[in-house]
Design a binder for this molecule. Sequence first.
Ligand code: IPM
Ligand code: MG
Length: 358
Amino acid sequence: MKYNIAVIPGDGIGPEVIEQTMRVLEEIGRKYDHEFAFTKVLAGGCAIDATGECLPKETVDICRSSDAVLLGAVGGPKWDHMPGSERPEMALLGLRGQLGLFANLRPAMLFEELADACPLKPELVSGGLDIVVVRELTGGIYFGEKATVETPEGLEAYDVEKYSETEVRRIAKVAFDMAMKRGKKVTSVDKANVLESSRLWRRVVTEVAADYPEVELNHFYVDNAAMQLVRGPKQFDVIVTSNIFGDILSDEASQVTGSIGMLPSASLATGNFGMYEPVHGSAPDIAGKDIANPMATILSAAMMLRYTFGLMEEAEAIEGAVQKVLADGYRTADIAKEGEDIIGTQKCGDLIVQAIQG
Ligand code: IPM
Ligand code: MG
């Protein structure tokens, strides 16, 4: 079968980690007899340099007509002086909004081989961590009305946090469906003691829960959730929350695992379409040096195989290959301990490809 993938290498280490990921997908294609057809497109800082816009229309069109999108990372100091609405990061928001990618899945898991990297006391994480943050991605304060206006008190700026029942219901369903395939527990995070939008959020999530009697639901205020994530992270299975709270809590959850360079993500639309990217950013300080860890992007490709293409065995082959490379003791600089041998980006790709070949 042929799968069309729009590829956005982007900026910083993006192109390097994407190159290794495409090699891994090609190897999966050879082994399992699939054709992955890649179309590279521009977004982010490199698109600004080439076209004057961070998200050219052609990029959106090609993404739309593809089966899935694979993205490296966007942004860097070169474009930091640009006004907010023109920065490379706006390409991400544009892609999310225009492609309808409302559900962002951010797994935070502790790789057994990297347990030492976890900054928490071992007793807090013994037996491993396996949390997935389900973040609403096309609503809330990121997409609400915003403006800067003149007032007698000087300039005033605002960003509106707003959610409709429909938006809350569809993200809640994603979270409950996910929980059914995992630990059957959903924690909904809001600020219902203060925010009206959170009170609606809580009511709708509770309504959706009625259709999932097997799933245990609890509600946390966001401040408490932030605390519980470092105090007792094992209590979490699926966390469902708004765009802004999910932005914050997913960074916290990933740091708790100690290996942010390892974590993949998926942003899904209705149906099977999705955009897949590592949780880490463009890391401009290490770009072009063959030292970046490509595993998060490679694991994002595994999520693509699983969620968009339904290729479970192939997804597991990638995850197993990454696990094997770690178990064999290979480490990129970001996850190496004192005294461990360090491999580069390219070599890491080589080893994962070899592990897939078996
Ligand atoms: C993320 C990032 C983005 C966000 C930025 C770069 C716009 O922090 O994907 O978490 O806030 O959503
Ligand atoms: Mg973020």
